[in-house]
Design a protein around this ligand. Structure first.
Ligand SMILES: Nc1ncnc2c1ncn2[C@@H]1O[C@H](COP(=O)(O)OP(=O)(O)OP(=O)(O)O)[C@@H](O)[C@H]1O
Length: 612
């Protein structure tokens, strides 16, 4: 058994590894994964004693690793390094035999010949035995070195095999063959620690996975436990779909292709050509997919929604000055309009008049009966007026070109007031705005151990208003998902999607008025009322709150549903919250409530008393 105890490694005051602890037993194959620079090779170098840790120690079979002599170690531990440059013209079998020198120190004996034959055969290099290393391909050379490393510990019953990216350069067959050999040896008592980049192969062959991030151990568990879409995104920044194969019960990870628009990173691609080609592509896509919303079109074309509107900049789309507050104060004059706020998985819309404008420190409010909005105007960076007849609208975007809010004219809107507003706020220079590169929102999750959970729960218990929740997250440096997890059953309980469906169905049947919150980075829109209709079309669930109020949500994107309880001066307030695989909130349901009045008993009943 190997026990790695609180290993840290520091160079020039930078921690390349921090506080890594884990152990591995006889018969276990452990894969270490992580992004480039996460610290995998550094950890391997410490495990094979090439580097000394700044702190911590490694216990190998009950003894400090440092107490073993080189010879002792050579008999029980072999390492395949990432780089194995051999620039001398050794033959393949000479290189494999090098694995035996540490054992006998003498010329090969008969037993060595057997090992040579077996290792070369299993690694598929027997036919290359007499070839010079210098004439081999990269993958062939890698197989030779694997055979050399195996030869070193071939006759040891409980060896430790350290493999740093053993399958780099290998073709598909030998990638599988190599990991299968390692796996088979663990079944006879070996311990294998293997740095891998191929996540699906790790899922297929490793018993356990440790994922490093920024020099720390972030996740440690079986492949099913570690390879969740959220963890994969958090470690690699790649969206992936994760499923368990029903036949083999292995985890399968399908990364979603990264789509880039060359004009976004290559300035030499002419803007006018880009505009023309983008327009062509957009029109073709819309013709083939007339039901898709503009943001879905943009998504499919790998561009931003704002870019699609800006194709017609100066024709019937105009940039407005960026004094968002002033623009917002004028919206009431447009009369009856449609307000729309959405995030990638939920769209919230409602018609009405933008009444009761007010402004607090960080938030701008419209507290009308129909249009109920919390706006974070500092996040609004671009306002566009679309003046296409019959499709007039004001559309607001953040600095990355993502839509934060839309206001669309209806039959009941004052078109003259709209044109006046556009004339008053139109930017003199109608030049294409520059957007910032899209980044993932939110921060990486802190380790649970860094959070004072007792104090956090106490703070949660002493909330006076639901709005304090955001401050609570900030104070403890937590993500929402982490807060729910650490509230652990007291104030937040995970429920099934099925139970969410039952609750809203009951609310609809019993005419319990709800408040449905849909948020993005710049805006929260609240749709209040009874659910008049609930329809399902494929993955989209549509909730009709009144004749114009509608919430559309993508059920397929729901990764978890939480029943959350927040104490307030008016008693406990219960909500149902839906989250996606990245821990981002999709939509939030409350019973209708007003400050100073306790929440509806009927809503609590619909949620089920037994839950919290
Ligand atoms: N001698 C050194 N001096 C300074 N920084 C170093 C040194 N060696 C490694 N690093 C840095 O430490 C970090 C971890 O490096 P390491 O080689 O362990 O990463 P890795 O997870 O194996 O990455 P890869 O997947 O690219 O092989 C990297 O940011 C690397 O640049």
């Amino acid at each position: 058994m190997i026990r790695v105890e609180s290993i840290s490694f520091e160079i020039n005051k930078r921690h390349l590894l921090k506080d890594i602890t884990f152990s591995i037993r006889k018969g276990e194959m452990l894969a270490i994964l992580g992004a480039n620079g996460a610290g995998k090779s550094t950890l391997m170098k410490i495990l094979c004693r090439e580097k000394n840790p700044s702190e911590g120690r490694i216990i190998y079979n009950g003894r400090d690793m440092n107490s073993y002599s080189i010879k002792e170690l050579a008999n029980m531990r072999a390492t395949l390094y990432q780089q194995n440059a051999i620039s001398l013209a050794f033959t393949v079998q000479e290189v494999v035999l090098m694995g035996r020198y540490g054992k006998s120190g003498k010329a090969p004996e008969l037993s060595d010949e057997v090992v040579l034959e077996e290792t070369m055969s299993v690694c598929g290099i027997a036919h290359l035995a007499e070839r010079s290393m210098l004439t081999l391909s990269g993958g062939e050379q890698q197989r030779v070195h694997f055979a050399r490393v195996l030869a070193q510990i071939w006759d040891c019953k409980e060896a430790l095999l350290l493999l740093d990216e053993p399958i780099a350069n290998m073709d598909m067959l030998y990638q599988h063959q190599t990991l299968a050999i390692a796996n088979a040896l663990t079944k006879k008592g070996f311990m294998v620690i293997c740095v891998l980049h191929e996540i699906n192969l790790a899922a297929q062959y490793a018993d356990r996975v440790i994922m490093l991030k920024g020099g720390r151990k972030w996740w440690d568990g079986t492949p099913e436990e570690v390879f969740t879409a959220k963890n994969i995104f958090s470690a690699f920044g790649v969206d992936a779909q994760v499923r368990i194969d029903p036949q083999t019960l292995t985890t399968q990870i399908a990364p979603v292709a990264v789509r880039l628009e060359a004009t976004h990173f290559n300035s030499s691609m002419a803007a006018s050509y880009h505009q023309l080609s983008l327009k062509e592509r957009m029109l073709t896509y819309i013709e083939q997919n007339p039901e898709k919303a503009l943001w879905q079109v943009a998504d499919a074309l790998g561009t931003r929604e704002a870019d699609l509107l800006l194709i017609d900049l100066g024709k019937d789309v105009f940039l407005l000055g960026n004094d968002m507050e002033k623009i917002l104060q004028r919206i009431e004059s447009l009369g009856w309009v449609k307000a729309m706020t959405y995030n990638p998985h939920c769209e919230n819309q409602r018609e009405g008049v933008y009444r009761n404008f007010s402004k607090e420190e960080h938030v701008t409010l419209f507290l009308g009966e129909d249009i109920d909005l919390r706006i974070f105007a500092s996040r609004w960076s671009l306002a566009l007026a679309v003046c296409k007849p019959g499709k007039e609208s004001l559309q607001f975007f953040d600095k990355m070109g993502k839509a934060v809010h839309k206001i669309m004219l209806t039959e009941g809107s004052y078109r003259e007031a709209f044109m006046e507003l556009v004339a008053d706020f139109k930017d003199i220079q109608q030049s294409l705005p520059a957007f910032e590169r899209a980044t993932r929102k939110g921060m990486p999750e802190r380790r649970d151990a860094e959070i004072d959970v007792v104090e956090f729960r106490r703070s949660w218990d002493s909330m006076q208003d639901t709005h304090e929740f955001f401050g609570l997250l900030r104070r403890y440096g937590m993500t929402r998902m982490q807060a729910l997890r650490l509230a652990a059953g007291r104030r937040a309980v995970q429920v099934t999607l099925e139970s969410f469906r039952r609750t809203i169905m009951q609310c609809s049947l019993e005419k319990i008025p709800l408040m449905v919150f849909t948020a993005n980075e710049g805006c929260v829109q609240i749709n209040t009322g009874e659910l008049k209709r609930i329809d399902q079309q494929g993955k989209w669930l549509t909730l009709q709150s009144n004749s114009t109020g509608q919430i559309r949500l993508n059920e397929d994107a729901v990764n978890s549903v939480w029943h959350v309880v927040k104490p307030t001066a008016d008693g406990d307030v219960n909500s149902l919250e839906l989250y996606d695989t990245e821990g981002e909130m999709i939509v939030q349901f409350f019973g209708e409530r007003k400050p100073g009045i306790a929440e509806l008993e009927s809503w609590r009943e619909a949620l089920g008393h037994g839950v919290v």
